[in-house]
Design a protein around this ligand. Structure first.
Ligand SMILES: Cc1cc2nc3c(=O)[nH]c(=O)nc-3n(C[C@H](O)[C@H](O)[C@H](O)COP(=O)(O)O)c2cc1C
Length: 206
């Protein structure tokens, strides 16, 4: 692919099976570099039959990769908040950090902000309305659930919210739910402006 395609070709891999020598991930990544990978991303977990993201990522292997490869290395795994990203960079010396699951709950992670979950949901719904064919309604519903769950899953009203969300039939229903019941349950409205607002928290002060 790297020889046939004009755009750079990158590779993302997991750790080689635990039955193989610890160095095998580095050896495999070296072969990928030699085959023309422009950069390598390591999700430093083994494939697990039980969970897609089972256990902590082994960032030592990312560090070993960084020490061996010439192409840029991106580290993936263990980032739950802004500070984790800084720690990950220090530990691995990687050229970049990739984040998966946490971004579902907080899409502002890379800006070092924990957004007001209702405000970010409303902002997301606005984008969905502007670009109506990009996401299915089920996807939109799942994203709003993640945004609210990330910060409010322990609130007494959270289960009521889930039930009300699954009863919604479209984007307008979800918007109405957020602006009315959710606003009432949590006792405050979200501001509509898209700039960081007082309801947003910086990770470092949270
Ligand atoms: C919703 C979602 C979709 C994903 N889709 C892909 C994908 O298409 N290809 C891929 O290599 N990894 C995919 N991943 C895995 C992530 O890129 C990442 O490797 C994994 O979630 C571990 O990082 P994390 O601990 O930050 O979540 C996905 C993860 C999530 C949460």
């Amino acid at each position: 692919m790297s020889h046939l395609l004009q755009p750079p070709t990158s590779v993302k891999l997991r750790l080689c099976p635990s039955s193989s020598p610890p160095s095998s991930t580095v050896e495999f990544a070296t072969l990928l570099e030699q085959a023309g990978a422009s950069w390598v991303t390591l999700h430093a977990r083994h494939v697990s039959a039980r969970r897609r993201r089972q256990g902590a990522a082994d960032l030592d292997v990312v560090h070993a990769l960084k020490k061996t490869l010439r192409v840029p290395v991106v580290s993936n795994g263990n980032v739950r908040m802004w500070e984790d990203m800084q720690k990950n960079k220090e530990e691995t010396e990687a050229d970049g950090i990739m984040v998966g699951e946490t971004l579902l709950g907080n899409p502002c992670l890379f800006a070092n902000v924990i957004p007001d979950p209702v405000r970010i949901s409303l902002e997301y719904l606005e984008i969905c309305k502007e670009l109506p064919d990009v996401a299915t309604y089920r996807t939109i519903e799942a994203h709003v659930k993640h945004f609210i769950e990330f910060q409010c899953s322990r609130r007494p009203w959270y289960n009521k919210f889930r039930a009300a969300l699954s009863a919604c039939e479209g984007v307008d229903d979800v918007e109405h739910l957020l602006r009315t019941k959710v606003t009432r349950w949590r006792g405050r409205a979200a501001r509509d402006d898209h700039e960081a607002c007082p309801d947003d928290l910086e990770y470092t002060t949270a």
